[in-house]
Structure formats: C-alpha cells, structure tokens
Design a protein around this ligand. Structure first.
Ligand code: ADP
Length: 398
C-alpha cells in the first residue's frame, strides 16, 4: 500500500510517500512560503539529490498539486499516477480530550478538530485546511488523522490537572495535554525492540530535544506524564520558549513592561529559551561555537537547558518508581554527544553511565551506555512520518 503523509503548516507543507509493504520512503520533501513571494517546492526521490522547483504557490491546493506533479514526473517521479496513493495520513496537533488514538477522518472528526481550534489556534487551523484540500483533491481515498496529543491521553488526572479551581478545567478544558506524542511513542517502541523486551514491562523516559523539546515518562507502554502542558510552552527550556516559569512572572512583566497579552505570548514563545538567555541564537550549534569562543551566556544557556532536562529525568524516574532506559531523539538529542553527556552527568545515582566512545555518534539507533550501567541510554532517531503511515495503514485496513 502506498501512503502519503502530510504535515500542513500555515505557509508550509511537508510530505512523504511510503511504500508500506517495505516501509520505505519513495519520495519526500516540503513546500515553503505558500501564499508568500519566493515560494518553492523541494523534492527528493529515495536517496537522490534534492530538486528545488520555484513557482507561484498562492495556496495549499496549488502546493499539493505541485507535489502531485513531482510525484508523477516523467523523469524523477515515483508514481505512474496519483491514484496509486491508497491512503493519506495527516499530522494534526491537537485533539483535546476527544481522541486517544489515530482516527479515520469523517464529518464528526472534522467537527471535533474545529472545536479544538481554541486550544491550538496556530496549529489546528492549517492542519484542518490541509485535510480539506487533500480530501478535495483525493476524494476516493481514506484520510487518517494522527494527533500529537493522543499518546498522552493515558496520563492520570493527578498528572494532567493544574491546581486551579476545578471548574475552570470543566468550563475551558484547561489542563495539561502534552505534545510530540507520535515521536515519544515511536522511540519508546523502538527502545523496547532494541532492548529485546516488551514495552509493556518497561519504564522508559523519552527526551525529544529539537527546536521544541519535551520529556515523557512511558510506563508499560503508556504515557504517564510529559513536560509540555496546556500548550507546548511548558516544561523544558527550548530554542525560543521559556518552559516552566512562576506564573506570577507573567503578570509582573506585563505590568512593568506594559505588554499586551499578545506581546507577552510572543516574549514567552519567540524571544525566550536559550535564545533569550544567550542573546546569540536558538540553535545549539551556534551556542556551542559561541561558548567555545568564551561566550559565557551561550554556555549558561546550555547549562540551564541540560539542568532542566536532568531534573525532569529525575522527576520521571520518581513518578514511575524507576527507569530502565532513557532515550534521546530529535535534532539536538540525535546529534549532540556533548549535550547527552551533560544531561546525564550527576545521574549516576540512578544507575546511568554513558560510554563516551559509544556516545560519539549521531543519527542512528544505538545504545550509548557503559556495559555495566543499570539504566540503558539510547539514541534513537525519531520517525514521526513512519508512525503516521503505520497508523494510517492499520486504520484503512480495519
Ligand atoms: P524541530 O523541532 O524544528 O523539528 P529538530 O528536531 O530538527 O527541530 O531540531 C533542530 C535543532 O536541533 C536545531 O535548532 C539545533 O539546535 C539542534 N541540532 C541539530 N543538529 C545539531 C548538531 N549537529 N549539534 C547540535 N545541535 C544540533
């Protein structure tokens, strides 16, 4: 079965086409600057060089048409016709409390997603639009929605509730939801197969460290706690997001700096995190460089980042009553040996020990812990698209 996976943002669209008999990626790419000058499509067949097509791309319909053109191109296409695509998997950020798993999209699902717009005003609208456009262009195939929040719906109430008046939870559904669920689930499953043990018997802490970053406690295959909350702002320090904060800081700064709530949101989401601390960059490669050249604030930002992740690992080991494996994934988790090393420093009391030689690696499934370490530290590249394609196949086949 050939499956198209779509991740639709407000001005971008990422896509991959899988042959699910072999779970291989036939082609993938992205469309950027949709509706803006200088729009382009990137397309890559298998491991070949990436092709860039510049074009006027006023909307997502045109963007998907361009993707189809590339996929069926005489020279570099991978399909004889678009009708070879048997199902489409859509990444959707927020399903509120409605869905704890992926679903076949029908009118009820679309209505539920619209109800969640309030909870994810930046993400759900483009996700919904992506589904509508894809359904119009491919009316005869089944479409599946895979949610970032779904995996975390197993959190117990004492973990997902905020200690606010309970009525506000009932009225507005203000609670912790968690994100990156598809990634946490994927790497937890991979960890179990690498360790050769059933996930249902394991306590795993998964650290998804990219531009957005979150940690999840996965006990017996279920998410029992995660660091992101009502929005992806809670928890870890991120590229440009503050993560955990005393909520009183927000009103204090709003008053002192005379900020509107939109400006405050912008400060917390776009100007904070390691960018805010360092004043250098949100990208850890630039921070490492600056720190090597003696920039103390860049070094401080990385120390703060590592310290926060370490605290969450400790907290989640306590939440689960132990830990069998810690998994690092996403841009920073997969690529930065030094960050993995600094996060794990001081966790020896838990039975964590990284082997520096094994840890000197990037981008592949590998156990980087010392031979005699009680807790396994694993590096597992995430693959959210494959997870979406797998869920799509499962639901389409019934
Ligand atoms: P996103 O959340 O946007 O999907 P990624 O998972 O691609 O992000 O992670 C991007 C981040 O990963 C970059 O901002 C950078 O900080 C970090 N990163 C990527 N490669 C490296 C590297 N070689 N060394 C250190 N950090 C890296």
């Amino acid at each position: 079965m050939k499956v198209l996976v779509i991740n639709c943002g407000s001005s971008s669209l990422k896509y991959q086409v899988f042959d699910m008999e072999t779970e291989t990626v036939l082609a993938k790419g992205n469309v950027e600057r949709i509706g803006i000058d200088g729009a382009f499509l990137k397309y890559r067949r298998g491991d070949e060089d990436t092709i860039t097509v510049e074009a006027e791309i006023p909307n997502h319909e045109v963007a998907i048409q361009l993707v189809f053109d590339a996929l069926t191109h005489k020279e570099y296409g991978v399909l004889a016709s678009v009708s070879e695509i048997e199902a489409v998997g859509h990444r959707v950020v927020h399903a509120g409390e409605k869905y704890a798993r992926s679903v076949l999209i029908d009118d009820d699902v679309m209505a539920a997603l619209r109800e969640c717009v309030d909870l994810a005003p930046l993400h759900n609208p483009p996700n919904i639009m992506g589904i509508e456009v894809a359904q119009r262009l491919m009316p005869d195939v089944k479409h599946v929605a895979v949610f970032d929040t779904a995996f975390h719906q197993t959190m117990p109430d004492y973990a997902y509730l905020y200690a606010l008046p309970y009525e506000l939870y009932e009225k507005y559904k203000v609670r912790r939801y968690g994100f990156h669920g598809t990634s946490h689930k994927y790497v937890a499953q991979r960890a179990a197969s690498l360790l050769g043990r059933p996930l249902s018997e394991l306590k795993v802490i998964t650290c998804h460290l990219g531009n957005g970053a979150s940690v999840t406690a996965v006990k017996n295959g279920k998410s029992v706690d995660t660091s992101m909350g009502f929005t992806p702002l809670e928890g870890l320090i991120m590229g440009t997001r503050s993560g955990d904060l005393d909520p009183a800081v927000v009103t204090f700064l709003q008053e002192k700096e005379n900020l509107t709530s939109e400006e405050m949101n912008n400060l917390l989401n776009k100007k904070s995190g390691v960018l805010g601390i360092s004043g250098v960059s949100s990208d850890f490669r630039s921070l490492e460089e600056a720190s090597q050249q003696g920039n103390r604030r860049a070094e401080l930002a990385m120390e703060m980042f590592a310290y926060r992740v370490r605290k969450y690992i400790g907290a989640y080991a306590a939440a689960m009553g132990g830990v069998d494996a810690i998994v690092f994934t996403a841009g920073l988790g997969e690529n930065s040996a030094s960050m993995r090393q600094s996060i794990c420093e001081g966790l020896e009391f838990l039975g964590v020990a990284i082997d520096p030689v094994k840890n000197d690696v990037r981008g592949k499934d590998v156990d980087v812990s010392a031979d005699d370490a009680k807790v396994r530290v694993l590096l597992i590249p995430t693959n959210e698209e494959l997870m979406i394609a797998r869920d799509t196949v499962e639901l389409v086949r019934g």
